[in-house]
Design a protein around this ligand. Structure first.
Ligand code: FPP
Length: 232
């Protein structure tokens, strides 16, 4: 497809799936797959936002992921600390603002400090926003919003006022990608996904590169979004 005709979604969501299988296929430990996934995310986020998308949300760690073997949870937490501390400079150089969505409980002080410093140091960047969902659950986000509203003076809740109580002020997701061929939403951004186009490529996340993303955009361009209205 001609590049000029490609439609660029304003908000893309990605469920980063298949790191473990990517590693297993290479005779490596699962954790090597997470490292490769993280390195891929650095490159891919730059590519997605440089192509004109303004918001990229990624599912890095669900509340349920705490049920994985302790060794794997520890590895991921350590990757978050080391990765975020190492890559603040990268996100600043690429002019990417980084925010986080999720509950802060169960995360160690070191993880929280790395997240807070990342948010603080990238808050003025303007290319686009990378929203990292960490210790995140879509239902939990809605419940947490409801509890904030109960404790507020809000009287008449509309969709617009409700949205303000979610973890971050983000527009609806236009296009949701889950890598590795699994066809599930798995509690990812339930409020924001209401009208998203969904795409499930077979490729594992560490292999989901610029070429794969361009294929995804072709697929998005071919979809006819109706938002419940009539075919145009
Ligand atoms: C799913 O693969 C991936 C995760 C649970 C973690 C995702 C984490 C990363 C990509 C690295 C860190 C990323 C950020 C954004 C800081 P899986 O382990 O479920 O793979 P499998 O289904 O093949 O076992």
């Amino acid at each position: 497809m001609n590049n000029e005709n490609i439609k660029i979604p304003n908000h893309v969501g990605i469920i980063l799936d298949g790191n473990g299988r990517w590693a297993k296929a290479r005779g490596l430990k699962r954790t090597a797959g997470h490292l490769a996934g993280y390195e891929n995310l650095l490159k891919l986020s730059k590519y997605v936002l440089t192509r004109g998308t303004k918001y990229l949300s990624v599912f890095a760690f669900s509340t349920e992921n705490f049920n994985r073997p302790q060794e794997e949870v520890d590895y991921l937490m350590d990757l978050f600390i080391k990765g975020f501390n190492r890559d603040r400079g990268y996100f600043n150089k690429e002019n990417i603002k980084v925010v986080f969505s999720g509950r802060r409980d169960r995360l160690s002080d070191k993880v929280l400090a790395a997240m807070d410093q990342m948010m603080e140091e990238t808050k003025d960047n303007t290319l686009g926003t990378l929203n990292i969902c960490l210790n995140y659950g879509g239902r939990a986000e809605i419940i947490d919003a409801v509890n904030k509203i109960i404790n507020s003076n809000e009287k008449n809740i509309t969709e617009e006022t409700f949205k303000k109580y979610l973890y971050n002020d983000l527009p609806d997701i236009d296009f949701m990608i889950r890598t590795s061929g699994e066809v599930r939403i798995s509690n990812f951004m339930l409020w924001q996904l209401s009208y998203a186009e969904l795409y499930f490529p077979e490729c594992y996340f560490p292999d989901f590169n610029e070429i794969e993303y361009d294929k995804a955009l072709e697929e998005y361009t071919s979809r006819n979004r109706r938002f419940g209205g009539l075919n145009k």
